[in-house]
Each structure stands twice: as structure tokens, then as C-alpha cells.
Design a protein around this ligand. Structure first.
Ligand code: FES
Ligand SMILES: [Fe+2]
Length: 407
């Protein structure tokens, strides 16, 4: 990669305030917690886009998101406590509302003077589909996109959570790399299975792949060798990466997984594996969105190279905390990765020119009743014999573990 190209790619990695990718990321709402993980009276430390924050839920059920450091003498509000609908610091009990406004300094006469000088910064939060979302960008605040997969009342949800110690880009661009499926998930799986004396899973090759930029990101399309193009939804519909880094992965006709990548900071990413399943006719809504841990490591610290999710996360981690793109050699089969990087760089240019990036929703009529995303209803391959994660197996693996709480 040339110096000039690398300088452009490097603009995609750091996500702190004021960086090019940080400004891009701040045009979007990001999930920060499962809604059921935050009960009334709970306080939770959050790091998002390098910013240290505290999420709390008052007795009225309303969540608030404020900066972590107490403006008095700097104690962490994450060890503070909820009092009614407000948050108090543990050290001297200064009191703040969900807008970060200081309401009381109890050690001062009459509860303190000029309280408006001492607020915490606060950010908008909203709940949808069993997740709590935050917006860290500038006003005007865009709409939280109402994706059908989250808001259709005919669907139930659960969400796996993984903390992956590397930069967000090397995770998100994986879905623009269809060819790795042939190798990491098929060939490599069979190398491991052979060692274990297990029969191989089916291996296939791509006949062709295509990528199309659309209003929410980029759609990936593929045809496997031996399959027709005509009437093949993998080719006629495909599935997208929604900006900034959410893969829409159809698993069955009634089960779609959103893999939402949220940059914690430059060298850490939280991945939400959000399952959205159409409820069989006549069944009652589940009413909860269980949260479960989806680790990339086994309990002994080894990488989990035997599950689908574990294979992906392990390779991302081995690319380094921030993959060094000057050491890469992109080839023809990386064209999706190249397009993804270029398209995001184009969005950064658009932002610098005063425009919105792709995927920002501001008009209620675009958000009503919900947003449908392109999503084929079948895959031309099966991972029977390869479980999707250590905690949550593919239905063909028959075990559903939805009760492991994420830490
Ligand atoms: S440090 Fe928070 S109230 Fe004193
Ligand atoms: Fe993969």
C-alpha cells in the first residue's frame, strides 16, 4: 500500500472525539447494553468510542447516560448510586439528573450554590428491541433507525455479547470478505475435524461475488459453484453490511442475526450477536431479550477455533490490536474489503463537506412503520457439524443456551 493510501486507511481506525472515523461513528446510534441487564436502580460503567461513561436507570425506569468523572473531585460515578430518578456520587453524594444537571451538593449550605456550573455531560439514550442505544454525536440528533428485525412485534430476540480486543475495522470488514468462508470455516474446520477423527463438513467454492452500495451500506451477493443465478436469492437479494459495521446474516427464513460491532475504543470492540426470530403463529411474545456471553476464548484462555464465531473472532485478534495495513497485500478477492474501506472514506469526505453519511435516518416517514433490509432467505451452504458459538449452537446442533448473562 502506498503512503498516501495508508494515510487514508489510517483515517478509518481511531474512533476518539475529533478523529475522522470518530466523527463518522458519531453520526450513528450504538447499542450499549441489553435493556434487561439494567434494572431500575442499576448503575453500569460503559466505554463507547473511547469515552468513559456511566449508564443508570432511575426508579421511574428511565435510563440516563452521563460522563464518568464527578465534577467535584473526580470520583467515578460508576460506583455512585441511584436516588429516586437521579444519580449520586459515592464520595460526597453530589446529585445529578439524567440530563447531567447538578441538583444538590449535600455538604454545602442549602445544598450548594450556582449548581448549573457543575453538571455532567449527558448523551441521548433510547430503548428498542431489547437493547439500549446511545448517540454521542452533535445535534441535530438523527432518528434511531427502526429496523424491522428489531421492532416487528411478530419477532422475539436474544443477544450474545463478545468483547474482542482489536480495532473495529478488521472485524466489520470480515463480512465484505466472502472467500474466507471457503477457507476459515470450511477447509480449516475440516483440518481440525480430521485430527479429531470426525467426518468432514461440506466444502464449496464461490462461482462469483458482487457488491452494491445502497442507502444503508453495501450489499454482498454470491453464487456458489453448481448453483444457478436465476431465482437464487443469494444472487438476486444478498445481504448487507449496514453502516457503520453491522452485518445482516440470514440463518433461516425466520431467523436473521444482526452482528452489530460497537467500538469500545481504538483497540477494543464489543460485538452484539442480535438474534431476531419470527415467532411461530399462536405463540406468545417472549417479553424479554436474554443476554448471553459469546466468548472468543475457551475457559483455559485458548482461542476457540472450533466454533463459527470463535474462528472469526480469533483471526481478528491475531491481526493485532490495530491491524497494520502497510503490511497487507490486498488481492483481487479482497475487492469487497477495498470497496468497504473506500465507501466509508467517501462518507468521511461527505461529512467534512457538511453532508450526512449513508445510513443516517432523519425523516419519520422513512422510519415508519419500520425499515426493511435486503436479506436472502437461505444460504447455499450449511454449517451442520460446526456450532456457531461456544454458548449458542446452530439449530442443527440442537442446543440453545440463552441464559448465560454477559458480564
Ligand atoms: S467527588 Fe463526587 S461528590 Fe465529591
Ligand atoms: Fe466468518
Amino acid at each position: 500500500m502506498s503512503e498516501a493510501q495508508n494515510a487514508r486507511i489510517a483515517r478509518l481506525q481511531p474512533v476518539g472525539q475529533g478523529t475522522p472515523a470518530g466523527k463518522f461513528m458519531r453520526f450513528f446510534w450504538h447499542p450499549i447494553s441489553g435493556a434487561d441487564e439494567l434494572k431500575n436502580g442499576d448503575v453500569k460503567k460503559i466505554t463507547l468510542l473511547g469515552e468513559k461513561l456511566v449508564l443508570f436507570r432511575g426508579e421511574n425506569g428511565k435510563p440516563g447516560l452521563v460522563t464518568e468523572r464527578c465534577p467535584h473531585r473526580g470520583a467515578s460515578m460508576s460506583i455512585g448510586f441511584v436516588d429516586g430518578d437521579t444519580l449520586r456520587c459515592a464520595y460526597h453524594a453530589w446529585q445529578f439528573d439524567t440530563a447531567g444537571k447538578c441538583l444538590e451538593q449535600p455538604s454545602e449550605a442549602e445544598g450548594g450554590k450556582n449548581l448549573e456550573r457543575y453538571g455532567l455531560k449527558s448523551y441521548p439514550v433510547q430503548e428498542q428491541g431489547g437493547l439500549i442505544f446511545a448517540y454521542l454525536g452533535a445535534a441535530p440528533v438523527p432518528l434511531l433507525p427502526r429496523f424491522e428485525l428489531m421492532v416487528d412485534p411478530g419477532r422475539d430476540h436474544d443477544v450474545g455479547v463478545s468483547d474482542v480486543p482489536c480495532n473495529w475495522l478488521q472485524i466489520s470488514e470480515n463480512n465484505m470478505d466472502p472467500y474466507h468462508v471457503e477457507f476459515l470455516h470450511m477447509m480449516y474446520t475440516n483440518v481440525l475435524r480430521k485430527k479429531q477423527g470426525l467426518p468432514p463438513i461440506r466444502e464449496r467454492k464461490h462461482k462469483k461475488v458482487a457488491f452494491e452500495v445502497f442507502h444503508f451500506g453495501i450489499v454482498k451477493k454470491r453464487v456458489w459453484e453448481g448453483d444457478e443465478e436465476e431465482g437464487n436469492e443469494e444472487w438476486t437479494v444478498g445481504h448487507p453490511v449496514v453502516f457503520p459495521g453491522t452485518a445482516i446474516v440470514p440463518i433461516t427464513a425466520d431467523w436473521v442475526q444482526m452482528q452489530i460491532r460497537v467500538p469500545t475504543d481504538d483497540q477494543n470492540t464489543r460485538v452484539y450477536w442480535y438474534n431476531s426470530k419470527r415467532r411461530p403463529a399462536g405463540e406468545k411474545p417472549s417479553g424479554v431479550c436474554p443476554v448471553w456471553a459469546n466468548p472468543w476464548q475457551k475457559p483455559n484462555g485458548d482461542m476457540d477455533l472450533e466454533s463459527l464465531n470463535g474462528q472469526d473472532m480469533s483471526v481478528f485478534v491475531t491481526q493485532g490490536p490495530i491491524s497494520d495495513h502497510t503490511e497487507e497485500n490486498l488481492v483481487t478477492s479482497d475487492k469487497g474489503v477495498a470497496l468497504y474501506r473506500k465507501t466509508i472514506l467517501d462518507q468521511i469526505d461527505a461529512i467534512e463537506a457538511g453532508r450526512d453519511p449513508l445510513g443516517v435516518v432523519r425523516d419519520e416517514k422513512d422510519n415508519t412503520p419500520w425499515i426493511e433490509l435486503p436479506s436472502e432467505t437461505h444460504f447455499g451452504f450449511s454449517f451442520a457439524g460446526l456450532q456457531s458459538s461456544a454458548a449458542y449452537m446452530h439449530p442443527e446442533g440442537e442446543q440453545h443456551n440463552k441464559t448465560v448473562a454477559a458480564k
